[in-house]
Design a protein around this ligand. Structure first.
Ligand SMILES: Cc1cc2nc3c(=O)[nH]c(=O)nc-3n(C[C@H](O)[C@H](O)[C@H](O)COP(=O)(O)OP(=O)(O)OC[C@H]3O[C@@H](n4cnc5c(N)ncnc54)[C@H](O)[C@@H]3O)c2cc1C
Length: 424
């Protein structure tokens, strides 16, 4: 099959790679070079344990405190509030305990095979050296704060995630650089991280070209030509290409393309920021979660990357670099040697997580066109779940039974888009 993959983030590249491995002829379409969207700047965690949904019962009680704290983990631009309210309402509905448990179960099925899917894919791309499997650790500054997150940790333990809880002196034995204010450290030894998320995307792209993928189309995909009830062409800013199948993996920008394929998804973006310290005087032993601020400090090839938090401001608003500075301000909570004045040279970045209010991506066939598959909305776990998503997309396009139940990820679970037309 000639398969066009729209979007060269980690999800699209993993889909393209898996399809190429199965002998299909792949061409990716993206106006930007591989990995330059959300996928290159993330916190780099392979977090098999991140199946806990964004909104848990009781999170709403914490929201006002977060929203009024300029350094807090969550912010909403006032100008965007009315736009995002319907999404937040659906998020609220998803926070009922039975829905949280169902979502955690579904996401667990997607994330559990992460190593099984990623390790051979990284090897194929010549990028195995970019993957570390020594876990990550969550740092708390009081027992009360840890108790506040008890439900999330219980959901993880119940699904078999190994968690070692360290307290008092054993925290500093684990990593002597950690702040004495950290009273509890939860180490999840079976997780991992990527030393260079952008490098991983670039390695996948190089391997794709080496294995016969067509030269990428450096343009935005605009729509589709339909013939005999199938997608026959993808229209781009630089002309149209003939296809036997198409994969939409354009991250936070997938909504309009999905609508043309018959699905209406409440896709919004949780924007996040990073600051990468190029030559920090200390590095943590493993990636650390600053549990109160909900951001990670991840050791990478390029330096120490602080990344995380959530900002609702839509796709187009300019970055608010104060969100990145807030990460630097909080860094001494983890590593007191790295005070604001001691951080040195650093780069700053903003990325758009593609997010759905039930904290689950869309992975499935278009309800209208059997040769179109949608794969986007991976929110906080797109790096982790990309390789497994690639496997599922390849299974869908080749008619193999998917290796997990895909009904929780069905593209039309939020409803169908209005009326089909032959050309868009
Ligand atoms: C601060 C932060 C930290 C994160 N940390 C982690 C983490 O530790 N672990 C983890 O697993 N996940 C993490 N994530 C989430 C992860 O980065 C995303 O889920 C993932 O990158 C999404 O990948 P994607 O390929 O769907 O989207 P993207 O990487 O955004 O790629 C989409 C691509 O589509 C292209 N595109 C858009 N419109 C069109 C069009 N019309 N035609 C053609 N191409 C188009 C874009 O140019 C882009 O290249 C984090 C995210 C952020 C913001």
């Amino acid at each position: 099959m000639r398969v066009a993959v729209i979007g060269a983030g980690v999800v699209g590249l993993a889909c393209a790679a898996t399809l190429t491995q199965r002998g299909h002829h792949v061409r990716w379409i993206d106006p930007d070079p591989p990995g330059r969207g959300c996928s290159g700047g993330n916190a780099g965690l392979f977090s098999l344990s991140s199946f806990v949904p964004l909104a848990l019962p009781g999170a709403w009680a914490k929201a006002p405190g977060w929203l009024t704290d300029p350094q807090g983990p969550l912010t909403i631009r006032p100008a965007y509030l009315s736009r995002v309210l319907p999404w937040l309402w659906q998020l609220h509905r998803s926070s009922r305990l039975d829905r949280v448990v169902a979502s955690a179960d579904a996401m667990h099925t997607l994330l559990a095979p992460t190593w099984d899917a990623w390790l051979p894919l990284a090897q194929w791309a010549g990028a195995s050296a970019l993957i570390r499997r020594d876990g990550w650790a969550a740092a708390y500054r009081s027992k009360m704060a840890l108790d506040g997150d008890a439900l999330g940790w219980r959901l993880r333990t119940e699904r078999g995630i190994r968690i070692d809880t360290l307290t008092g002196g054993s925290v500093r034995e684990f990593d002597p650089n950690l702040s004495p204010a950290i009273t509890h450290l939860l180490h999840l030894p079976d997780q991992g991280h990527c030393l260079d998320p952008l490098g991983l995307c670039q390695a996948l792209a190089r391997a794709l070209l080496a294995h016969g993928a067509d030269a990428p189309v450096p343009a935005r995909a605009l729509g589709f030509e339909v013939r005999d009830g199938r997608i026959a062409q993808v229209h781009t800013e630089r002309g149209s290409i003939d296809v036997d199948a198409v994969v939409v993996a354009a991250g936070a920008f997938s909504g309009p393309l999905a609508a043309q394929l018959g699905v209406r998804v409440p896709l919004d973006t949780e924007r996040g920021y990073h600051v990468t310290l190029k030559s920090p005087s200390v590095m943590p032993r493993v990636p650390l979660l600053e549990a109160a601020g909900k951001w990670f400090a991840t050791p990478m090839t390029a330096g120490l990357r602080l990344a995380g938090t959530v900002e609702f401001a839509g796709l187009d608003a300019p970055p608010d670099w104060r969100r990145a500075e807030a990460l630097l301000d909080q860094l001494p909570n983890l590593l007191p040697q790295l005070s604001h004045s001691a951080v040195g040279d650093a780069d700053r970045w903003m990325g758009r997580r593609p997010s759905l209010p039930d904290s689950r991506p869309v992975i499935g066939r278009s309800p209208r066109f059997a040769n179109a598959v949608l794969a986007f909305g991976h929110a906080h776990v797109g790096l982790t779940s990309a390789a497994m998503t690639g496997r599922l997309v390849a299974q869908l396009l080749t008619g193999e039974p998917p290796s997990i139940d895909l009904s929780p990820f069905a593209p039309d679970r939020f409803g169908a888009a209005p009326g089909p037309s032959s050309r868009h």
